[in-house]
Ligand binder design. Structure first.
Ligand code: BES
Ligand code: ZN
Ligand code: ZN
Length: 505
């Protein structure tokens, strides 16, 4: 564990103060301001060893007119800057004071400080289990809140912080773990370990033979050439009270994506251990929720885990697969494998009859090209759900852009000899959108053709899709100074589930 939270302010701690430009004068003497050139500008840091204090500027100023809603003061980033600026020291114990001028409502302060603390924890964590002891970089932080902020020092903050920190770190760890360690053969043990002793969490695993019997032809084709057989994981978390809502979370779970026979070239294969980023995100969300408990919401996490590899038995372009839904799919490219595994996982999710289905997937290179590594693409088939997610992502400051699933592009994934194509006809164009359109065929039971599913009254489910191909994993150091897995999306999805649970919508 790389964090602790102390309910009482620590005497040995370094004090962290957030300073707005307007209040610099009241906080620091002129002498200090002069010698440190501290103006309160965004992310500017002044460390005063004598008073054991760190001041961090929060004022963003720009003369450029902008409508960018994401260009706010980002508390997660601010928290991370404190850790980076002190990386050469061995300081690891902090008391957080919030804004010096005490402005802001308790609720917003609480939320901002929570994100600030999470940013600190995440900046202090790096996967270093494979490194020699003298090369390890992770720090174990101990945080507490100041006396002045006793209003914030509720059990709730402490629990939420610990739960989110654990969930986000778990997401990052399993993404960063190498594929020879984290793969369809090992994932089950890790999932069982993480939920051990949690009586409200039920873990079911469906193995290859059973999946074959069920008819998950799309998912199984993708995993066929790996020595590690595919597994479908279904984790259910029950609420404390009676069930009023049901949410299904579906994650893409390619523990490795070599591209298959359409093998990745030119360095594109490197980093494809992160192709289970969607699953890792949902794993982190479930972990957090399992530490917080829900009142009336049952949450299902479904992931189809496989490795997309090559071999004599590998699936190939021109193959026509019969998905679990019964819809047939012509393979155009074996590297567009994520949607094939998701097709069957989404179909399975509909059979749980949830109120909402949300999937997260490192689905397309097109998404990264269109939106960069900063942004998640949000798509879906239900206005209200999209709006609630947009609002939640914005509150949590997790960069997400709504992308309409343009109906004019649907014919791109419609086949000639099979129902669907696993790649848009104009492959290079709007690939993130055509991938979303493809997926939409597996959340509408009216389109299903597998009579064995015995669906009495077919339903079109409310569904949102998050393409996290860019945002789950950053090749270069990002705004919080992290390269590799980011853990982005976990806190918004946790908050979303909590909102549904409290019907705070
Ligand atoms: N896992 C990749 C998408 C991806 C790309 C995730 C880059 C993260 C970073 C997906 O399975 C894939 O390979 N997509 C290809 C499909 C295409 C070659 C048919 C893509 O979008 O480039
Ligand atoms: Zn691929
Ligand atoms: Zn992939």
């Amino acid at each position: 564990m790389n964090y602790t939270f102390s309910p009482i302010p620590l005497t040995t701690a370094t004090h962290v103060y957030l300073v707005r430009k307007e209040s610099v004068k009241s906080v620091l003497t002129e002498e200090l301001r002069e010698c440190m050139k501290f103006t309160g500008a965004y992310k500017q840091i002044a460390y005063l060893p004598e008073s054991n204090a760190v001041y961090i500027g929060v004022t963003k100023e720009s003369s450029i007119k902008s409508t960018d809603v994401w260009d706010e003061v980002d508390f997660y980033e601010l928290g991370s800057s404190v850790i980076h600026s002190l990386s050469k020291t061995n300081i690891d114990t902090f008391t957080l004071h919030g804004f010096c001028d005490g402005e802001g409502s308790d609720d917003s302060k609480q939320d901002a400080l929570l994100r600030f603390a999470l940013g600190m924890y995440q900046a202090a964590w790096k996967l270093d289990t494979y490194l020699a002891p003298d090369k390890k970089q992770s720090k174990t932080l101990t945080l507490s809140l100041s006396e002045e902020d006793t209003s914030l020092k509720t059990l709730k903050v402490e629990r939420e912080l610990a739960a989110l920190a654990k969930g986000i770190t778990l997401t990052r760890e399993v993404i960063d773990l190498p594929p020879n360690t984290f793969n369809p053969a090992t994932v089950v043990d890790r999932i069982r370990t993480e939920f051990e002793g949690k009586s409200q969490v039920e873990v079911s695993i469906i193995h290859k033979d059973a999946l074959e019997e069920m008819g998950m032809g799309a998912f199984l084709a993708v995993g066929r050439a790996s020595i590690n057989p595919p597994v479908l994981v279904h984790v259910v978390m029950k609420p404390e009270g009676d069930v009023k809502n049901r949410i299904a979370l579906v994650g893409k779970g390619l523990t490795y994506d070599s591209g298959g026979l359409d093998i990745k070239v030119g360095g594109h294969m490197k980093t494809m251990k992160m192709d289970m980023g969607g699953s890792a995100t949902m794993f982190g969300v479930m972990k957090t929720l399992s530490l917080l408990d829900l009142d009336h919401t049952e949450v299902h996490w479904i992931s189809a885990f496989a490795e997309n590899m090559v071999g004599g038995n590998a699936y190939k372009s021109d193959d026509i697969l019969t998905s679990y839904s019964g819809q047939t799919i012509e393979v155009i490219n074996t590297d567009a494998e994520g949607r094939l595994t998701l097709a069957d996982a989404l179909t399975y999710a509909t059979l749980q009859d949830p109120d909402y289905i949300i999937d997260a997937a490192t689905l397309t290179g097109a998404c990264v090209r269109a939106l960069t590594e900063h942004f998640t693409a949000l798509m879906g088939n239900d206005r209200e759900l999209i709006e609630l997610l947009q609002e939640t992502f914005l509150e949590q400051q997790e960069k997400t852009i709504y992308v309409p699933m343009a109906e004019v592009l649907r014919e791109q994934v419609q086949g000639d000899v099979a129902d669907l194509l696993n790649l848009g006809k104009e492959a290079g164009m709007g690939g993130h959108i055509t991938a979303g359109l493809f997926l939409s065929h597996f959340v509408d039971q009216n389109l299903f053709r597998n009579t064995n599913l015995d669906i009495q009254s077919p339903k079109a489910y409310k569904w949102a899709h998050l393409d996290i191909a860019g945002s789950a994993y950053n090749k270069k150091k990002n705004a919080i100074g992290v390269d590799g897995a980011t853990g982005q999306t976990v806190r918004s999805l946790v908050r979303f589930v909590q909102k549904i649970d409290q019907q705070d919508i």
